[in-house]
Structures are given as C-alpha cells and as structure tokens.
Design a protein. Structure first.
Lengths: 545, 286
C-alpha cells in the first residue's frame, strides 16, 4: 500500500497548467485528480447503482422515442400474431412495437429493465456495506439520508416504470396501488381520483405515470445522486482499518490515473453484464401477458423484486378490517402496505441518530468498523435483513409452493411466524457470531497464529507453536474502537449526569450498556508466553507483548 | 422446355419422378386418410360396441375396480365414475393420471401405465406408445354406465381451425388465474396446483375443459363453444411452442425468476468483478 507519489503526472500537470493559465482553476483540478480512493472491493458496490442509472438514462431515452403514453383504445395489427385483432391501449401497442418492430427495441427494453433491477439491487448491497461498516457515522449522516431517499425514489421509479406498458401483469400492480390508496382513511377516495383522474383505471394514469417516470423522479434522483457524489468527494471515502490508515488520511490509489482506470473498467463491467442480461435473458415479456383488462388476473402475478416485500406483507396479512358505521378501515391492506415499508425506511433513516444517541459518540469516523466489532449494530442489521427477507420470500409463496411442492397455506403460516420470530433468532445468532469472531481476533493478537509446528515439552506435553500475526493483519485487527460509555458522568454524590437521568435517560443508559456488553478487549495475556518468543525470533517478526 | 427434355434422360431423373409420385400419393393419402379412418372407426364401433364394453369392463375390473368399485360405483379409495363420460376416462388415462398410484391431494400427470401401452411388437417408431384401443374400451364401458361427455374427434380439437388471438383473450379470461399467463402452472390452495400445460396435447386440453379434472371447473359447450375451445387450443399450443425473442425464458413464471437472475447473475458477477479489479492492485504494488 504505497502512499501516492508527490510528483504530479504529466497529463495532469499539462491539463491543469493549460486550464490554470486561462481560468485559474488548475489547482482545483490538480487537487481533485489526485484525490485518493481506498481499495476495497466493497467500496465499488455503490458504483453498480451509479452505472446502472447511467444505462437507465440512456436506454430510457431511447424508449421515449417510440413509446406512446396513452390509454386511447386501439386494435393491434402488428407482427405478433397471437395478439392480432385484439383491442388494447396505445401504450401497450407501442410497447409491442418497440419489442417486435423497432430495431434494437427489445434489447433496449430488456436492458432498461435489467438496469432497473440492478440499480435497486446495487443500492441495496451498497447500503448494507455502509451500514455494517458504520460508514454512516458522523460526519456522513446526511449522505446516508440521501441514500435512503434514493432507495425510496427508486421504488417509485420502478413502480411507475413497469406500469407504463399497460400489460396484464403490471395492471395487477396498478390495481394494488389503487387498493392501497383507496384504503387510506379519509383521503383515500380523493387520492385515488386525483391519481387516476376518475374511476379506476380511467385514461389519465398512464400519461401521469409517464411524466413522473421520465421527468420528475429521474430528475430528483439525478439531483440527489449529484449531491451524494459531491458530499462523498468533499468528505472523502471511509476506509477499512489497516496499517498506516488513520482518521486523518486515506490510503489507496489516486483518482487519476489508477482509480479512474478502475472506475472506467467497472463501468464497462456493469454495462457488459447489463447488455449480457438484456441479450440472453428475457425480462418482462409483455406480449405473453396480454393487454390489461381489470377483469383478468394471472397466477404468478408478482411485482419486480424490490416490491416483493410489500407483496409478501400483503399475502401474510390476515383479513382484518374495522367497520365504523358505513365506513370500512381495511387493516388487511393498510397495515401491510404501510407498516413494513415504514419500519424499514424509517428505521434506516433514523438509525445513525439512534446509534449516536445511544453511544453518545460525537467523534468523527473515517475508519470503518469491522462488523464484528459493533455486535449490536450488526445483529440489528441481520434482524432487519431477515425481516425484509421473509416478507420478500413470501411475496413469491405461490411459486415456492409449486416449485417445492409444499402447501400454500403452510407457506403463509410459516411466513406469519417467521416474520416475527426470524428477526429475533437472526439477532441472537449474529450476536454470538460477532462475539466469537472478536474472541478470535483477540486470540490472534494476544496469542498469535498457529504455526503448524508441534513441540514436545520436556515433561511430555505437546504444544503447537504460535507466531505473532503478520503486521498488516495485526493492524487491521487493531483498528477496533471502543464504544464510548455513558456510565462515567456520575458526580461524587452519585447523581448521574443530565443525559442519563429520567425515564428516557435510563433507557438510553440501558441501551448503551447493551451496546458495550461483551466487548472483548484485544491483546489479552495468555499462558505459554515463552513459546511464542522461541519461534517468533526465528520467523523474523517481533512478538507484540 | 428444351432443357427439361435434355435432362429427362439424366440418370437421376428416374428417381426424381419416383420421388414426386410417392409425394403425391403420400400427400393424397394423408389428405384423405383421416376421413376414411374415421369412417372405419365408426363402422367398427357400431359392430363391436358391445364387445368393446365387455372388454372394457374386464380391463376395468382388473386395474381400476380396486379403487372405483366393480361397477364404478365408487369406494373409499376413489370416486364414482358413473356419468363422468368417456372423455374423462380418456383424459385421465392418456395423461397417466389413472390408474392412480397412491392416494394424494392430486393425481399427478405421469407416464402412461404399462397396461395401457402397446405391446413392444406393435409399437412404431415416432408414434405414441399408448394402446388407444384399450383406452377406448374402458372409456366405452364407463360411457355405457351413465353417459357423459364423449371423446372429441380430431376435427373437434384441430388447432388449425382456431383463432389464436381470440383464444388468447378467452384463455386470459378463463384459465390464467390458475394456470398462469402462458400456462406455466400455479399454486392452488390445499396442496393442489394447476399444472404446466406444456405437455398437454390438443385433445387433452379439450378434454380437460369438458370434464374439469379435480379442482378445475368444467367449461361445457354452453359456457365456451367448441369453436372457442379450438381458439384456446390454438393459442395455448402457439404460445407454448413459440421461441422467446428476448433470450432465455427463465421459466416464464413472471418476475420471481427475473429477480433471482438479477441478484445471482447480475450482482454476483459484478461483485466478482469488483473483487478482481481491487485485487489486481495488490499484486502490482505489494
Ligand atoms: C430512475 C430510474 C428508472 C427506473 C428504476 C426505471 C424502470 C423502468 C421499468 C422497470 C420499466 C418497465 C420496462 C419494461 O417494459 O419491461 C420502465 C419503462 C420505461 N422507462 Fe424507465 N426507469 C427509470 C428511468 C427512466 C428514464 C430516465 C426514462 C427516460 C428518459 C425512462 C423511460 C422509460 C420508458 C419510455 C418506459 C416505457 C417503455 C417500455 O416499457 O417499453 N425510464 N422503466
């Protein structure tokens, strides 16, 4: 891991010199082109989303040239025989034309759709990386919030997007959207009329979705991505703990040329994977679904994967409702539509602040946590993943039921129980695993690494000789930071500090203790000390204790 | 003209003429055969109907009576077959569902039972191995007990006389809620499922509609006319057999497999790429 060289490469010097002479911004360029980016594979995950978004913009623009966002009725006479003579909307017809008659149209549609899936999936894995490494901590909370907003908007972009072709499958999604809107207390029917411009489905929804889909939502996403990147640039990347890495530096490769080459290559990789999927894997074959007709519904009607958790919660929910006079409050729709989404999105948005409040940690963090060193956070993360995962899985319970030959009701009941018990189990298990891994780290530092050399002691006992861990490994392990304690501020008369007084304060203190419980101190002392020294000298490393 | 006269004496000309003649006769025969064949069959049916029923009863007693009772009156193991009709028998046997192997929530489609297969010496390569005569005999026996829908003729189920586009609309209105939009199958309650229609023949599709096996409703001729049934058959066979212009079909069961592919293939490959790209550096610099 070499530090960047001090000499500026010629291309940068040349360009910045040229620009400097004219607009006096050369220094800015020089500084920024030499910006250091850390080198860890998980730091590239966000770029999947970024590059997918670029592909979405390009392919989506192509689609706008041919797509007709209109619900006007027409009769298909195009080249797909099994639909000839069938009445349908202009939107569906133009999607068929894009698929069968526009050169490269089907490829573009498929790339657009695959890119949409990878856009959201990329964001999700990126977000998980940030969460589990604690990279959302001060000063990066704002960027985290931007990320949560981006994820929410991506769901909206996807929903409006896959509704556009007005096919039977997306119609089912539209119908659920309507059901959710209309179930809202008081405003429900007004909101529905506002969106659909009258009775469902009406003629307005596709043009309206179109404007949202190609203009408003991508516009906001683009603005947020820009803000996200600028903040990231200004605040610099976090980095994994390791040798020579501190809160004050960033170790890695400079933006120009090393990181740029890598980022460029990674863009091409992303593009290649999307083009490959678009070419070889059929997605959303709308011609097979047929035009939307509110009276028809197909088995296996599912939304895109990122909506799967909502579908799952809808399927798990028992049919509850409250009737007050002539008004019905359909809990079986409102709860699954709003509660899981609320838990997940609000939970994500609030987590950095909650954690900061509990730990009282106001320090700036530029070095990441290894997930094991923040066991509570990591376990909450896994509980969340399990919660989301069960809902998501159950969104496809009919397919699971057929594929694995289990009863549909059994899957529903499994889901109802798993969605509550699963996260708890996941929390406990990951907590234990984190502690185990911490012990292992402490062991490696305090005790060394097994050398494979067995030694027999004079009294007959066999011991395996341990050697101290390699320097860079040890530095990586030693990156662990203590979680601050709120216990300290008790004055001599035993009165706790204001922060931990009162009911909320007590809750805070309890949570703080939970966060710090089981923290395994590194560098514990161990028994057969002499043995390390014996071999440590031979291998050229110095023992640490 | 001149060139043809010249080539008439070509050594291969004789074979060409022979080939043409064969083609003409063969084609002509194929054109006329179904009509003739049916005429034969109906004559035979008239003459041998009583024999057929007796023969059918024998087979029934040997293979089916253990569950359905000697007179098909039903037992604890299987329902009464009185009034289910020849079509139901033909459907159940030719899809391999009957004779059933063991009680289950739903009898699955399987290979035809050995009793209903042609003896080895009568099989022709490339032809189905089902012994249509035996099946017809059992069907005739059941038909004789209480009537019911009869086995459709080849013309009844000919997809060429159906309009696939119209059939698509009917299919979407009547079948996809159970069978999925291209007939890939779907789950039903109580451990049952609507099967994939990929293996069903035109005749089996027709029979399924008129007999309504198990959880499937009956679509009799007043609900869906015979012409509409042919439209649907044309549609089902067309979409089941058409190529997938977009690449691998991913099972045509909707977005579930698409999501799976996005994660496993898409994210999987890109994570590998990320690891590879960042690993490259260490090799160079360390
Ligand atoms: C912001 C992220 C975006 C997401 C997640 C997204 C997602 C989608 C999805 C899933 C579809 C359905 C595609 C299909 O038929 O299989 C779609 C359709 C479409 N999108 Fe996007 N999209 C995004 C941005 C855009 C942008 C920026 C444009 C235009 C500049 C655009 C233009 C279109 C058009 C015209 C269609 C309908 C055409 C068709 O379905 O064939 N999209 N979008």
């Amino acid at each position: 891991m070499s530090e960047p060289k001090q000499t500026v490469p010629k291309p940068i010097a040349g360009v910045s010199g040229y620009i400097d002479d004219r607009i006096g911004a050369g220094n800015f360029l020089k500084r920024n082109l030499r910006k250091i980016f850390p080198d860890h594979w998980s730091f590239l995950l966000g770029e999947i989303a970024l590059y997918s978004f670029i592909v979405i913009l390009l392919s989506g623009t192509f689609l706008t040239f041919f797509f007709k966002p209109s619900m006007a009725h027409t009769v298909y006479e195009g080249s797909y025989a099994p639909l000839r003579g069938i009445g349908m909307s202009e939107a569906y017809k133009s999607t068929l034309e894009i698929s069968f008659d526009v050169r490269g149209g089907l490829l573009m549609r498929q790339i657009h759709h695959w890119a949409a899936l990878l856009f959201v999936a990329g964001m999700m894995v990126h977000m998980l990386r940030v969460f589990f490494t604690g990279a959302f901590r001060k000063p990066r909370e704002i960027n985290w919030i931007i990320g949560v907003l981006l994820l929410t908007l991506a769901l909206a972009a996807g929903l409006t997007g896959y509704s556009l072709p007005d096919d039977l499958l997306s119609g089912a999604g539209l119908r659920i959207t309507e059901g959710v809107l209309i179930s809202l207390p008081l405003v429900g029917s007004y909101a529905t009329f506002l969106l659909f411009g009258g009775e469902y489905p009406g003629f307005d929804v596709i043009p309206r979705f179109y404007t949202l889909h190609v203009l408003l939502i991508p516009g906001i996403i683009l603005a947020l991505i820009t803000a996200h990147m600028i903040l990231m640039w200004v605040q610099k990347h976090t980095q994994m703990p390791g040798k020579g890495r501190t809160e004050k530096n960033v170790v890695g490769a400079p933006f120009y040329p090393a990181f740029m080459a890598k980022a460029g290559a990674y863009f091409l990789f992303t593009f290649g994977v999307l083009a490959g999927l678009g070419t070889f894997a059929q997605i959303n074959p709308v011609w097979l679904f047929g035009p939307y007709n509110p009276a028809d519904i197909s088995a296996g009607s599912q939304p895109d994967f990122y909506m799967g958790f909502l579908e799952g919660s809808l399927r798990l929910m028992p049919a509850w409702e409250i009737n007050i006079g002539s008004y019905t409050l359909p809990l079986s729709v409102i709860i699954p539509a709003l509660v899981p989404m609320g838990i997940i999105m609000t939970g994500l948005a609030l987590w950095p602040f909650l954690e900061q409040w509990v730990t009282g940690d106001k320090r700036e963090h530029h070095v990441c946590d290894r997930p094991r060193n923040a066991p509570v956070r990591t376990s909450v993360g896994f509980a969340g993943i399990t919660f989301y995962g069960v809902l998501w899985l159950l969104g496809s319970n009919d397919e699971l039921s057929v594929a694995f030959d289990v009863s549909l009701f059994a899957t529903t009941w499994f889901g109802r129980i798993a969605v509550i018990v699963g996260p708890i189990i996941a929390f406990l298990i990951s907590y234990r695993i984190c502690i185990g891994l911490q012990r292992k780290d402490a062991d490696v530092l305090g005790h060394g690494v097994e050398s494979g050399v067995i030694k027999r002691l004079p009294h007959g006992e066999f011991v395996e000789i341990h050697v101290p861990a390699r320097e860079d490994v040890a530095a990586h392990l030693r990156g662990k930071k203590e979680i601050p304690s709120l216990e300290a501020p008790v004055d001599e008369r035993g009165i706790p500090a204001p922060g931990v007084r009162g009911l909320i304060g007590k809750v805070r203190l309890t949570l703080n203790r939970a966060f710090r419980a089981d923290d395994i101190p590194l560098e514990e002392g161990h028994g057969h000390e002499e043995e390390h020294k014996a071999i440590g000298a031979g291998s050229g490393h110095k023992a640490d204790h | 003209m001149k060139s043809i006269t010249a080539r008439r004496r070509h050594p291969l000309a004789r074979y060409a003429v022979l080939f043409l003649a064969l083609l003409l006769f063969g084609g002509g025969y194929a054109f006329l055969a179904p009509v003739g064949g049916k005429a034969d069959a109906s004559i035979a049916q008239g003459a041998n109907a009583v024999d057929d029923i007796a023969e059918g009863k024998k087979i029934f007693e040997a293979t089916c009576a253990s569950c359905h009772g000697v007179n098909a009156e039903g037992t604890a193991m299987g329902p009464s077959l009185i009034g289910v009709g020849a079509a139901s028998v033909d459907f159940q046997i030719s899809t391999g569902r009957m004779p059933a192997a063991a009680p289950a929530a739903q009898m699955p489609r399987k290979a035809i039972a050995p009793v209903f297969e042609l003896p080895l010496d009568q099989r022709k390569p490339g032809q189905p191995t089902i012994d249509t005569k035996k099946v017809a005999q059992v069907a005739a026996f059941i038909q004789s007990l209480g009537g019911g829908p009869t086995v459709p003729t080849d013309a009844d189920v000919d997809p060429a006389t159906g309009n696939a586009a119209k059939g698509g609309e009917l299919f979407r209105a009547n079948c996809i809620q159970c069978h999925n939009f291209v007939g890939s199958g779907g789950a039903l309650t109580g451990g049952k499922h609507a099967p994939d229609l990929g293996k069903a023949s035109a005749k089996e599709i027709y029979e399924a509609m008129i007999t309504g096996p198990q959880a499937m409703p009956v679509f009799n001729d007043s609900v869906i006319t015979p012409q509409e049934k042919r439209d649907m058959i044309a549609y089902i066979l067309a979409v089941q057999n058409q190529p997938h212009p977009g690449g691998a079909s991913l099972g045509v069961i909707g977005p579930v497999t698409e999501g799976l592919a996005a994660w496993v293939v898409g994210i999987g490959l890109l994570v590998l790429a990320a690891i590879w790209i960042t690993a490259k550096r260490r090799q160079v610099n360390d």
